[in-house]
Design a protein around this ligand. Structure first.
Ligand SMILES: [Zn+2]
Length: 967
């Protein structure tokens, strides 16, 4: 984008980036803390094969701010970023590039070719990420970044898996797993959780199984008609009553159905024409045989085939929905597989690995049909056969692949697991040490998840990932070796080339041990296993950096979005608890999610958020960071609405206010040749206003520090905004005259010192959150190097008396101004007095009286005894002629000042002023208050002969002509 398109703020921020680069400020800030206590931060690795997007600005701002904050607080904070390089997002993109999908096509293409393309793609957008980090002001060490494809990284991951195996927590199991037919791999239960969609329309099919020895039907219910060729059994709930019901079908034929008594009303309630003919127990139904819906091929070849198509008792049968008769297709569900295992009947795997119907299950004409497409065809077939009682559709929640959006199903497959369920108590125990922000996640989302922890499926039937380091005896599948290092493998297979540990090279590594041949299993590791091993693997522990690993483990702080609670936060916790019996981190800051202004998700298609580069070029990174970080929803795991006008408000109300204060200070300090003492020291003023702003500063320093130490970022930042406002709209406004006075007295020097000190400290308080402007302001005020090389400001207890007294004074002023407004008298019009009853004694001090008189524009404050202990205030709103004349004179002064500005005069230029009016009251006002007008406007002469073409202005219905010239 051309420079002229950029705002002044953006140009200034880019200049600061250049300064940091030249001065090596980030490295310097780290080097300054050599030997300091370590604050350990683990950076969750993003994928570099996708572009950074708007949502990343939030987490990036948080991570950077805390790094800067802790550095200023005196810690050594290593900030090394990493790249997540393996897994389905990469594979998915490359499959598209080659136009392949499924194992068969993949193997035809060649794994070497496929994985080479994956490798080439993983850093596609690395430089875009680095540019993004740079522009948003994120200080992170990209030079020493770790990447999950590095051989060292994989070696540590292998070691981690071997540790888990050594502790007896790795096992291979045949389980029905959430399975993606497009990716042809099982997913873990936490990946499953990422992809549920609401309101998915699916069949609701009431299907009839005819008992073999009686002309009645078990009434089953399914939402997955495609699974019916895999039906191997039915199940009923022990202890429940079942009823025989005579009912007429659509053609008026009578038939008898069996269903749970408790489901009768729900299933047949709308049908008037039914009659309960018999009641039996579930136990009486158990053991009966029914006619299969589909005839499987070669039934005799199945082990335990005599147990097929029988009714079993199972606790898992639901009485809350359906009919109380469960259709059991063991391959396609966790619980139904267990029912099959407990009762020894075969698993009929009627779908292939790509989710298509297989031959041999009684519906061969549908062979090759995708499971979801088979629903309608199966329903039609069964309807013709007379096996359907009712076919409807309904809406429910259904899981889809969170990577590729394919509908998932449960599929029985051999998978490797970490036995997390066995260490559940330990996980809960080590989790007690973790401090969460927001706090409710500890016992809520995270704690509940740990309490229900399931075994973690860590193998993926995929290609681009860390290969599982398991070699299996070709003659005995139960004999396998888990390798924990490259050296260990090299010992067993000395000839092997282990330069690249990826498939297919690693697949070629075989060895003979004790006369037995071992080959690697095909699977790769779940990429979450890799990211969960990050604390270990980024240091290539335990092969290298032992000391460094121990210094940085566990992390003092990690931070990501809420979705990571059951992903990265969880997997780190599991691995760390198993290996070290400790959590992986002490503090977690869970950030929220940025939504569009209308509350919708950010959407490229809807363009409901601004392009990030446009925000950088206009409002700039500081304001964006402040906007996000000061929003309590955003930094507290909640949804925040992004409203661009909020950036503009912050720019105007906070950053421009600060800039104006700094400009004001610099302008007058330059005029007076005032120079700060270096180093800047805490002033010891005599003036009440000075004491007050210093007390406000101390109070703010303490509050910001307390909140930031507690990871409450919004609560840390908002007090700085209030301080900037107080410094400008109260301290400077109230102190203006002290800077204007031409005598170079002690009070003026003190005002300079206090304002300078306050602004320098504000720059430091802002530094972590708004790193650009704070550094610019700091450099302007101190001629020092970067604010980011300074120590965080400290404060002793704030002067409570100064704070309290000014608070009371400001309350009095607010009340007086309200009484003015009620009487409809503008503030410029002087009034004679305000009477305060039952005032605390400090109000009678000259400083306080002066402030009240000026702010309320009254001549005197009268203190009176009160009828009640509560302080009251009465503004005298009566206008005398003299007061009115002074009001006119004040109006004239205002117009002269604005004319001075328009004429391009410097603030200290002296002028010749001329005023004329035909109105008697105005003439009298000019006469009576001429000295005041001259003094306030720096006029050396005041006459009625115009010195320039005069400007006519109307005041209170009369006209006055004004002209001025430089004296
Ligand atoms: Zn998928």
């Amino acid at each position: 984008m051309a420079d002229k398109m950029k705002s002044r703020v953006a140009v200034s921020e880019e200049a600061m980036l250049e300064t940091w680069r030249k001065e090596d400020t980030f490295q310097q800030s780290f080097a300054n803390r050599t030997g300091a206590p370590v604050f350990s931060f683990y950076d969750g690795p993003p994928f570099a094969n996708g572009l950074p997007h708007f949502g990343h600005t939030l987490v990036t701002s948080i991570k950077d701010s805390l790094g800067r904050y802790k550095t200023m607080r005196g810690y050594s904070v290593e900030r090394r970023n990493g790249w997540d390089c393996h897994g389905l997002p990469v594979e998915f993109a490359i499959e598209k590039q080659f136009g392949v999908s499924g194992k068969k096509q993949m193997l035809e293409l060649g794994l070497d070719k496929f994985n080479a393309a994956c490798r080439a793609s993983v850093f596609t957008y690395k430089s875009e990420w680095e540019d993004f980090f740079g522009r948003v002001g994120r200080w992170t060490d990209t030079e020493h970044a770790y990447a999950s494809i590095d051989r060292d990284y994989t070696e540590s991951v292998w070691w981690t898996l071997q540790q888990i195996h050594t502790k007896g927590l790795l096992y291979e199991g045949f389980k029905s797993m959430p399975y993606c037919p497009r990716c042809e791999t099982p997913l873990s239960n936490f990946e499953l959780n990422e992809g549920y969609k609401d309101n998915v329309s699916d069949p609701s099919l009431f299907v009839k199984f005819k008992l073999a020895d009686e002309d009645v039907y078990l009434l089953g219910w399914t939402t997955t008609p495609w699974s019916l060729p895999g039906n191997a059994a039915s199940a009923v709930k022990p202890g429940e009553s079942y009823v025989y019901v005579a009912v007429n079908d659509d053609e008026g034929h009578s038939q008898t159905l069996i269903l749970a008594k408790k489901r009768l009303e729900a299933v047949l309630g709308e049908q008037k024409d039914y009659e309960v003919v018999k009641e039996v127990t579930a136990e009486q139904l158990a053991g009966r045989t029914y006619e299969p819906l589909f005839a499987i091929k070669d039934r005799g070849s199945y082990t335990n085939q005599e147990n097929l198509y029988k009714v079993w008792l199972a606790d898992h049968v639901s009485i809350e929905d359906g009919t109380g008769v469960l259709h059991v297709a063991p391959s396609f569900g966790e619980e139904v597989l267990r029912i099959g295992e407990e009762n020894n009947f075969p698993t009929l795997v009627s779908l292939d690995a790509s989710g298509r119907m297989k031959a041999g299950y009684g519906a061969d004409d549908l062979t090759g049909t995708f499971f979801k497409d088979a629903d309608r065809l199966i329903t039609e077939r069964l309807t013709i056969n007379g096996n359907v009682y009712a076919a409807e559709t309904f809406e429910h929640t259904y899981p889809f692949c969170y990577r590729c959006d394919s509908p998932l199903f449960y599929y029985s497959i051999s998978t490797w697991f970490v036995r997390v369920s066995a260490i559940k108590d330990k996980l809960l125990d080590t989790a007690k040490e973790i401090n969460w922000n927001p706090e409710h996640i500890k016992e809520g989302r995270f704690g509940k998840w740990l309490a229900g922890a399931r075994d973690w499926a860590i193998s993926r039937n995929r290609y681009w990932g860390a290969p599982m380091p398991i070699w299996r005896n070709v003659d005995d599948p139960s004999d396998y070796i888990v390798i924990g290092s490259i050296a260990e493998l090299k010992d067993l297979a000395p000839e092997a080339n282990l330069e690249d540990l990826h498939r297919p090279f690693i697949d070629a590594v075989t060895f003979i041990k004790d006369g037995k041949t071992y080959e690697r299993i095909d699977e790769v590791l779940d990429c979450w296993f890799e990211s969960g091993s990050m604390p270990i693997a980024q240091q290539h522990y335990p092969f290298e950096n032992k000391e460094k690993f121990e210094k940085l483990f566990l992390a003092d702080y990690i931070g990501e979005g809420l979705d990571q609670t059951r992903l990265w936060f969880y997997v780190q916790h599991v691995i760390s608890t198993i290996l070290f019996d400790r959590p992986a981190y002490k503090n977690v800051l869970v950030n929220g999610m940025i939504m569009a202004a209308d509350g919708q998700k950010l959407s490229k298609r809807l363009k409901n958020y601004p392009p990030i580069e446009d925000v950088f070029a206009q409002e700039g990174a500081d304001v964006l960071r402040l906007y996000l970080l000061s929003n309590n929803q955003a930094v507290n795991a909640d949804y925040m609405r992004f409203n661009r006008s909020g950036l503009k408000d912050l720019q105007r109300n906070v950053m421009a206010t600060l800039d104006n204060s700094v400009r004001f200070f610099r302008m007058y300090a330059e005029l007076d040749g005032w120079k700060p003492r270096i180093p800047v020291a805490h002033p010891q003023p005599a003036n009440a206003l000075d004491n007050w702003i210093l007390a406000r500063l101390d109070e703010t320093i303490l509050e910001v520090t307390r909140q930031a130490d507690d990871y409450k970022l919004a609560h840390a930042i908002n007090p700085i905004f209030a301080l900037i406002d107080d410094a400008s709209n109260w301290y400077i406004r109230r102190s203006r005259r002290r800077f204007w006075k031409s005598e170079d007295d002690a009070d003026k020097a003190q005002a300079y010192e206090v304002l300078h000190y306050t602004l320098v400290k504000i720059a430091q308080l802002l530094a972590p959150w708004a790193p650009f402007a704070s550094d610019r302001v700091y450099r302007e005020l101190t001629s020092d190097t970067s604010v980011h090389l300074t120590n965080w400001p400290t404060a002793s207890e704030a002067d409570g008396t100064a704070l309290h007294e000014m608070k009371v004074i400001r309350e009095i002023i607010a009340e007086g101004l309200k009484q003015r407004a009620d009487a409809k008298i503008k503030v410029r019009q002087p009034l004679s007095k305000v009477t305060i009853a039952a005032a605390p004694s400090f109000l009678e001090q000259a400083d306080a009286v002066a402030i009240i008189c000026e702010e309320l524009n009254v001549k005197t404050v009268v203190f009176a005894a009160g009828k009640t202990p509560a302080m009251t205030l009465a503004l005298d709103v009566e206008l005398t002629d003299t007061l009115q004349a002074e009001g006119l004179a004040r109006d004239i002064i205002r117009h002269v000042q604005s004319l001075r500005k328009q004429s391009g005069l410097e603030v200290d230029d002296r002028i010749k002023l001329a005023l004329s009016s035909s109105d008697a009251a105005m003439q009298s006002a000019i006469q009576s208050f001429g000295d005041m007008i001259a003094q306030e406007t720096l006029a050396t002469t005041l006459g009625s002969e115009h010195v320039e073409a005069p400007l006519e202005v109307t005041l209170e219905g009369t006209t006055v002509a004004i002209s001025l010239a430089k004296a």
